[in-house]
Design a binder for this molecule. Sequence first.
Ligand SMILES: *Cc1c(COP(=O)(O)O)cnc(C)c1O
Length: 390
Amino acid sequence: MSLAPLYVTRPSLPPFEEFEPLLREVWASARVANGGPFHKRLEAELAAYLDVPHVSLFANGTLALLVALRALGVDGEVITTPYSFVATSHVLRWSGCTPVFADIDAHSFGLDPVAVEAAITPRTRAILPVHVYGRPCDTGALEMLADARGLRLIYDAAHAFGVRTNGGNLLRSGHLSVMSFHATKVFHTFEGGAIVCHDRAMKEKVDLLKNFGFKGETEVIETGINAKMNEFQAAFGCHLLGRIDGEIAARAEIAQRYREGLAGISGVELPADMAGVARPNHAYFPIFVKAAFPLDRDGLYRHLREHEIYARRYFHPLISDFSMYRNASGAAHLPFARAAADAVLCLPIFAGMTAGDCERVVGAVRAAAARAPKVAASDRVVPRAASAAT
Ligand SMILES: *Cc1c(COP(=O)(O)O)cnc(C)c1O
């Protein structure tokens, strides 16, 4: 029996018939680029939905990060996390900054403020943390540190769409927050991104920078770039935004099924819920495969692939393990990030996932827990069938 492949995520694509009138509107207006009506509408709707003062849309999250760094004039050393998607460090190098890695804390998986403080040098200019899996960093401590040391604080909030916290709004912390609307994210515009700005002056600056630095028709006042979102993406964003609470609620149901299904499996640990999060976005469903499980993490990863379940090891390898970062400052000693990278497996989760899909994943994990031979870590061998599948 061959089962349909189950990928770690599938982009939310609401019924095309409902999107079609918006597409026709773009087509009829012939305004397909350069901040047309849907671009403006999505910026306003997102600002309202996210409860932030201003949103500036981008072609993707990576360009949004680059522009955020430029807008704040960041140069020199920037303390960042190795436990992220590689774009987080790449934008620093593309901006001429020097990434300095600091370790994460084992609860939020975000930068540990104590480790950040220890990594500060006279050349440090900024901190670039990530709200990993949509779990908020210790924003209070990071903000205090940034204020005390005169550092810029830019959050990579690519995973944090729709996360609601009890005290302040997560996206209002720091100097800027940057989102990704890539198809693999909770809210998406196929590709896309945004910068959350706290005031109008910053919004204007960011808007200039994403459009070559143009102010009006003939004046160029910044060394800008082209990073604008087009109208088709923006129209799709307006369409999806109306359904996003339902999409997040569907993810919450899957997460609950997983929690019940995986309960009591020795060696499978789930991260504890974070205090202060009123509504998680369930962007990912990370599990941690510990020594008590009969397979190591990569063994379980391969076992699931044999069952056409494509879980992902976010974030393994660490950014600091890629060749171009191996010699970066801080890269050699990141024990908590390494422990997470060695144990984590993100299971499939997306709004269209059925209860049956969920049972299939749980069943495959339970089968591995029950049947795999107990071997000492040092004796572990890769079963031939499993290595052929990778
Ligand atoms: C997705 C992602 C990005 C990059 O976003 P793109 O829109 O794909 O350019 C940056 N940082 C993190 C943590 C991400 O997950």
